[in-house]
Design a protein around this ligand. Structure first.
Ligand code: RB5
Length: 146
């Protein structure tokens, strides 16, 4: 498996812990920064990650900002991207099973009720169910041009 990950200054620490976790799981990671707490703009990092993901060799992408909101909304503005911002493991599993999310976002300043690594694993370990969910995804993606 291969993942691309990027974050703004609000996500430096969390991104580092997720990269460590992915590497322990033998998932190859391309890290695009920022590795500094100096203020940057999250849309720039969403764009970098999506452009890298579009090279085609990645299974999924991870984005982190302070809340996860700005960077996920930014990624979702780009064609073909379904970036989930799960509250917990259940939502993360559903993001793959029902929404076939190709990106997952987290907030470095958010207090989650479970370890973020568990939430990430729930996403990674789930499979897209297809069927009626594919029909809904097709409709969702048609909204892109509107
Ligand atoms: C940066 O201060 C902060 O606004 C950003 O990390 C994120 O939370 C935006 O949604």
């Amino acid at each position: 498996m291969k993942a691309v990950i990027a974050n703004d200054h609000g996500g430096v620490e969390l991104a580092a812990s997720l990269i460590k976790h992915l590497e322990e799981k033998r998932i190859e990671v391309t890290y695009l920064g920022t590795d500094s707490t100096e203020s940057v703009d999250y849309p720039d990092y969403a764009e970098k990650a999506v452009n890298e993901y579009r090279k085609g060799c990645y299974d999924f992408g991870i984005l982190v900002c302070g809340t996860g909101i700005g960077i996920s909304v930014s990624a979702n503005k780009m064609k073909g991207i379904r970036c989930a911002l799960p509250q917990n493991s259940y939502a993360a599993a559903m993001a793959k099973q029902h929404n076939n999310a190709n990106f997952i976002a987290f907030g470095g300043r958010i207090e989650y009720t479970e370890p973020v690594t568990d939430i990430l694993d729930a996403y990674i370990d789930s499979e897209f169910e297809g069927g009626r969910h594919q029909r809904r995804i097709d409709k969702m993606m048609e909204l892109e041009g509107k």
